[in-house]
Design a protein around this ligand. Sequence first.
Ligand code: PAF
Length: 284
Amino acid sequence: MPISFTTVSDLQTALNADRLAGKKIGFVPTMGALHEGHLSLVKSAAAGNDIVVCSIFVNPTQFNNAADLEKYPRMPDADIHLLKTAGCDYAFLPSVNEIYPNGKILLDIHFGDLEKVMEGEFRPGHFKGMATVVNRLFEIVTPDNAYFGKKDFQQLAIVKNMVKQLGLSVNVIGCETLREEDGLAMSSRNMLLTAAQRKAAPMIYKARRTAQEFIPFHTVEAVKELVTRYIQQSPLLKVEYFEIVNPETLQPIQDWNECKEVQGCIAVLTEGPRLIDNITYATI
Ligand code: PAF
């Protein structure tokens, strides 16, 4: 079993001893309700470090919707059990007060155009809250390496940008998205889908994968429209956005010849959870 900590000081006492012993620290921040995707991050951390810390903290400052925060699945006992199988040494489950001892004060940081599009546009304040907690967790854990899933493509870009802006010494590593057999990207929110929504959801991946074949024959706008229409054949799915972006700047492209590889990023509304995913397209 990983050793569980709930206070910053207890975790830091353990980590200080590890660091003095010359051990390399890998860190996986999560909001719990762990699935194979999270465990693959923990496994990558275990492969590249001596000690693996996984935090489980449902961060209130990154939710722009109170109902979403309340409904977010919480299952710490099952999470700790799963962490054992993946090679995690320390599980960190802090209270809100432990993370925000002086109140929920947000980090004063801006991400320019990176935060103006997609999730930044549709979930105002989300990235400020996410960056605030990730920075706080980095300050507590001071990891050598930190692991994030590429499913949250924009989050990964923002975390890398934050590390650069603040001059932090942590190495941020993006790991591949894990999918269910039918293509649905693994996510803690999937467990909130009804049986009918779960049946419809793989369409999100299938439609966008098929889009690769349209690229030589259609404009960017036309591909976006075709994919949106295809997904919305299901009355249970409503595309909030589907953007095809430059993977570095995250800005929507107008023409295929702007980049050799582009990222198709999508958010889909169901009557239950909101689902996001992304896929890489080769343009030439
Ligand atoms: O991706 C997540 O689960 C969260 O945004 C993170 C990085 C753990 C910060 O709360």
